[in-house]
Every structure is written in C-alpha cells, then in structure tokens.
Design a protein around this ligand. Structure first.
Ligand code: RIB
Ligand code: NA
Length: 309
C-alpha cells in the first residue's frame, strides 16, 4: 500500500487545564476548565488526514483504555492503524497541559509506551516506509528510533521527502543529514544553535546554521510572526508572515497542525515552492489557535478556503 504521509512518533492523552495564568513553582491556583483530548505527534498525522492525505501512523500505545481510545480516534480520522502497536509493559503516553488566558501553554509529557516503539516495529513498517511520499519524525519517542526511521526512509526511498520537528540540546548530527526539511520553532532553534532567536532576522541566522549542519531545507516557525524558510538551493532566508492577525484562544498543537499541513502539501503538490506550502500551512495553523485543544481545533479541508487547495 502507498501512503502520502507517514508519521513515526508519539501518542499522548492530553489532560488540559485552562487557568488565568501558569502557576509558579510551589503554587496552587484555581483553573477554569478541564478537558482531555488526543495529542502527541499523532496530531500531525490527524491534521494531514483531515486535509485529504492518505496517512499512516507508526507508534506504540498502552494496552489500556487510553490506548484503545486513541486507536479509535485514528480510525475516526481515516488514519491507517496497522503500525499502531499496543503494549502491556507501559501505559499510554500522557501530557499534562496548562493553558493561560493568552492561549500560551506549559506541558509535561510522560512518554510511557511511546518509548517502547522499537526497531522491530520499524522493520514491520518497512514496506510502507518504502512507499510513503513524506515521512515525519520528532523526538517524543526514543531518538535513536526516530533516527533509524529517517535512515530507513533515506536508504529505501530515493524520492522520499523526510522531515523532522526536533527539540533537543544535543542532537545526533545524522538528524540533519537525513532530513530533507528540518522544522523547529524559535525555542527549539535557540536550543539547537545556542543563540537567541527572538526576531525574524535571528531566525534566519539560526536557519543558516542548521542548514550548514546538513539538511536541505529549514523552516523555523515563529508563532504569530509566521515562519522563516531557508533552502540550500535558495539564497537568503525568506520570511513567510501569517496572512492576518488572529485572537489566540489555545496555541497548543499549532506547530503540529502546521507540520501536518506542510506534510500534506509536500505529498500532494511536490512541485510547489516550499514558501508557498509554508504560507498555506500558516493559514491552517492560524485556524487551530482560535479554538481550544489540539486535535479538536484542527480544521478539515471542507472548513478551509478553496484557495488553499
Ligand atoms: O504539540 C502539542 C502536543 O505536544 C500535545 O498534544 C502534547 O501531547 C505534546 O505531545
Ligand atoms: Na488550538
């Protein structure tokens, strides 16, 4: 079977508390609302699926109610689940999320079953890896497994576009050379380069540094300021601003929404300029920040302007 987008990554049950502000260390504050949702990097797969991509997820959940529910969630979203494993050795991953009045968040993830995704699981998915147009990897599973997935895609699929959204102070150098598009947000870019990324200009400088480490293209996302795109074949970093300012209710998962959309565009419009894909993905992510939750706020193709397709 052939897939447009394969995501190798985490599944988390999001446990979200909305509060006026984020608590300080040692402090207890009253929240306004609590809800649970489906999160983790399955977010990216679900967003790509909602735009019309044929998607498959490679991941591991626990043999528990959270895992069962997440698998059902994938099915409800049309995501292929043959490579979704269930283990009784660990619980389904969980994310405790606090969202403040400005729509900003603080998150603690307990990866649980996600850390048990292993090489044998990847091997089982190899035929699909070989025939996926885009593979997306991140770091909420064991980093070596993420890297192995990227290597398998590189070795077995010459035309495959791989891209990674990764945050980690010391990243194995092979992550750069195995990624066609390397995507990070401003704080991840800071962590990776060791230099401040607080402006479009600094994002461009960070992108140049990441490009030197071996990826073919870099996207640094900047929240309400859109993103900066830099390609090895291009010249200067290009700022891709968001179309119109929006009122943020909950920005949790906006980065995943952006990447899921980017993956969809890469698979469906392989000749489209990366800046144009990023411009469109910005607009999809802009919709998601205007509603609460992660996947609950991710738009379907039918909700979006026809000009995006
Ligand atoms: O990017 C947002 C996501 O990060 C949340 O859904 C949470 O589960 C964590 O994986
Ligand atoms: Na949202």
């Amino acid at each position: 079977e052939t897939f447009d987008v394969m995501v190798v990554g985490s599944c988390m049950t999001d446990m979200v508390s909305q509060a006026p502000r984020l608590p300080k260390a040692g402090e207890t504050i009253h929240g306004l609302k609590f809800f649970t949702g489906f999160g983790g990097k399955g977010n990216q797969c679900v967003q790509a699926a909602r735009l019309g991509a044929k998607t498959t997820m490679v991941c591991k959940v626990g043999k528990d109610i959270f895992g069962d529910n997440y698998i059902q969630n994938f099915k409800d979203n049309g995501v292929h689940t043959d490579f979704v494993g269930q283990t009784s050795d660990a619980a389904t991953g969980a994310a405790s999320i606090i969202v403040n009045n400005a729509g900003e968040n603080a998150i603690v993830i307990v990866a649980g079953a996600n850390m048990l995704l292993n090489r044998a699981d990847l091997q089982e998915a190899l035929p699909a890896i070989t025939r996926s147009k885009v593979m997306v990897c991140q770091l909420e599973i064991h980093p070596q497994i993420s890297l192995q997935a990227l290597r398998m895609a590189q070795k077995n699929n010459g035309y495959n576009m791989r891209f990674a959204r990764l945050a980690c102070a010391r990243l194995d150098a092979d992550f750069y050379t195995t990624s066609d598009v390397f995507c990070c947000n401003e704080s991840e870019a800071e962590m990776l380069t060791g230099s401040a990324v607080t402006s479009v200009e600094e994002a461009g400088e960070a992108a140049a540094e990441l490009l030197r480490r071996g990826c073919k293209s870099v996207v640094v996302t900047l929240g309400p300021q859109g993103c900066v795109v830099l390609q090895a074949r291009g010249s200067a970093p290009k700022h891709v601003p968001t179309a119109a300012p929006v009122t943020a209710v909950d920005t949790t998962g906006a980065g995943d929404c952006f990447i899921g959309a980017l993956a969809f565009y890469m698979a469906h419009y392989p000749t489209m300029a990366l800046e144009e894909m990023a411009h469109r993905a910005n607009q999809v992510a802009g919709v998601s920040v205007q509603a609460a939750g992660t996947q609950t706020s991710f738009p379907f193709r039918a909700d979006l302007p026809a000009a995006l397709f």
